[in-house]
Each structure stands twice: as C-alpha cells, then as structure tokens.
Design a protein around this ligand. Structure first.
Ligand code: BEZ
Ligand code: FE
Length: 309
C-alpha cells in the first residue's frame, strides 16, 4: 500500500524558497480551506512584509530586536491596557483603517480613533447636567444637535461623551484621586435633536508612554501628546453610529497629534463667554467657555462598505 502523504505535502510543481520567489512560495502554501478574504489579506501581507525585509535588507539582529519589541508589546497588554492598539495608533494605522473605510463618505460627520479610555460605561445623564464632579478647570457649556443627512433632527439619539480632566487624565487612570465616571456622560437628544451639557475645557495629554510604544516614540524623537479633545459616540436606530472627537483650535499639539487623529472638520472654537445673565441661565460661573458640535448621521447601510478601487 502507498504510504499516506502528510497533509499538503505534494507541492513538487512549486519553485523552492528563494529571495525572488519567497512571497509566491508562501502564498501558494495557503490551502483550499483558506477563505477568499483571508487568502487576499494574508497574500498581500506576505508580499508587503517580504518587500519590506528586502527593501531595508533587514539583518538577523534587527529582526530579533523586532520580535523582542513585539513580544514586549504583547506582555504590556492587560484587560485595561492594549499596547497593540496604541502601536497601531502611533504608526498611523488606526487612522488609515478608519479613513479607508469611510472613503467618499462626505455627508456625515467625520470619524476618528476610539482610543483606549472608553473602558467603562458612561452614566446616563439628563440634558444640562454637569459631567464634572471635581470643580477644577475652566467651566464649559457644550451644545449641539444630531441631524440626518437631509438636515432633519434625530430625536432620542444617544450621545456618549468622555474626556480628560484639566490635568490631562481620565478617571480610570487615577482611580484613587478622580471620582469614578467623572467627565463621562450618556445623553439622549430632545425632540429637536438637541443636546447640551456642562463640563470643563479639556487639556492635551500624553498617551501612555511607560511601555514599548513610549520607547518607540522616544527613539524617534516624537512627543506623546494628543491635542485637547472631547470624545463622542453618537448613535441612533437606523443610522450608522459616529465615533469621533471635537478638538480645541488653540491647542499647541493640533498639528502633531501623536496618533494622527485630527481632521479639520472636527476642530472647534471654545469661545470665552463673558455674560453674567447667560451664566446664570446655564448655571455656570461667569465667564465660561462654550463650544458647539452638530453631528450628522447617515442611514445605516449607506456607504457602509466603500468599494476598493
Ligand atoms: C484617546 O484619545 O483617548 C487616545 C487615542 C489613541 C491613543 C491613546 C489615547
Ligand atoms: Fe482621548
């Protein structure tokens, strides 16, 4: 009886592995079980990885260092710390994936990175509530609306908000000092699609830099800061949800966000309002800051997947 050949052993028609055939040989090793999409992704990944290694003539020592870096990146991950996402962020890959997946979507509000600090559920709040439980920082009124691409108000839309404090920290980063759920809120738009709440003006802050990603930033002379921003996830039944931020136009790091998340359409003026009557009306000390964010949602399914050229 013929000896049974091991799975996938018969590949005699293929050239052997060599510098000029490497990507083809590896690509041909993916069996018929491979789904078409997985084959497409892996084949392209191998082509680009092999091109990269040839392009820079990667040495064995350099690739060892690369493996060590990736291992350290994995070791830094915990249930509340995702160093690989951070790596993807500082290499611009997170923003690229976001941008590629929203090609040509012009009518709705632009998106940006989610970031690692949406780790706890935001507490449900009433319109007008103050999400700042500490009382330090520059008081700020945020007003806005949620509309569809034809300008119609979206009532009952959920507006999930979170931000850093006046020192640039999220509650989860300093649980002993900052009250839980500080500067977080889940609001629902009124019958006219409006929302408003009180908070403080956020400050720029460094992304976590005590791990391999921080080492990478230092090795490449990059600062770790993100320009001041307020995060939003806006969602409503029948619409594609929007994960985004608004940025403070005066921030010194607006042009050099460590994770490349800034888009011009998301930059806002935090305007100083000196009007004691209005301050009483909105229940903030005078003077206070005001910023507006009008969010446009597109129907679910419209432009969800952009055809690749
Ligand atoms: C953030 O904005 O919360 C964030 C985004 C990416 C990396 C680190 C922080
Ligand atoms: Fe943030």
């Amino acid at each position: 009886m013929e000896p049974k050949s091991p799975r996938g052993a018969a590949r005699s028609e293929l050239p052997l592995f060599a510098e000029d055939t490497s990507a083809d040989v590896v690509g041909a090793s993916f069996g018929i079980e491979t789904s078409p999409r997985l084959r497409e992704i892996l084949t392209s990944l191998v082509v680009h990885l092999h091109d990269f290694a040839k392009d820079v003539r990667l040495t064995v020592e350099e690739w060892d260092a690369g493996i060590e870096f990736l291992t350290a990146t994995g070791r830094k991950c915990t249930p509340v710390r995702q160093e690989f996402i951070l790596l993807s962020d500082v290499l611009g890959l997170s923003m690229l994936v976001e941008t590629v997946n929203n090609r040509g979507v012009r009518e709705s509000t632009e998106q940006t990175v989610l970031g690692p600090f949406h780790v706890v559920e935001s507490p449900t709040r009433q319109l007008g509530d103050n999400i700042d439980a500490v009382g330090r920082g520059r008081p700020c009124l945020v007003t806005g609306s949620v509309r569809d691409i034809d300008g119609r108000a979206v009532a009952g839309a959920s507006v999930d908000v979170w931000q850093a404090d006046a020192d640039g920290f999220y509650d989860v980063q300093k649980p002993e000092e900052i009250p839980a759920q500080n500067l977080r809120g889940l609001f629902s738009t009124d019958d006219h699609g409006r929302f408003w709440f009180r908070t403080i003006v956020p400050r720029y802050y460094p992304i976590p830099e005590d791990g391999p990603v921080g080492d990478l930033l230092r090795a490449t002379g990059r600062h770790p800061n993100r320009p001041a921003h307020i995060h939003f996830i806006v969602s409503a039944t029948g619409f594609a949800s929007v994960t985004t931020h608004i940025f403070d136009r005066t921030d010194p790091y607006l042009q050099s966000d460590a994770v490349f998340g800034v888009k011009e359409s998301l930059v806002r003026d935090f305007e100083l309002i000196d009007d004691s009557e209005r301050a009483v009306e909105v229940d903030l000390p005078n003077p206070f800051y005001e910023v507006r964010f009008d969010c446009v949602l597109r129907p679910h399914g419209k432009d969800d997947v952009q055809a690749l050229p």
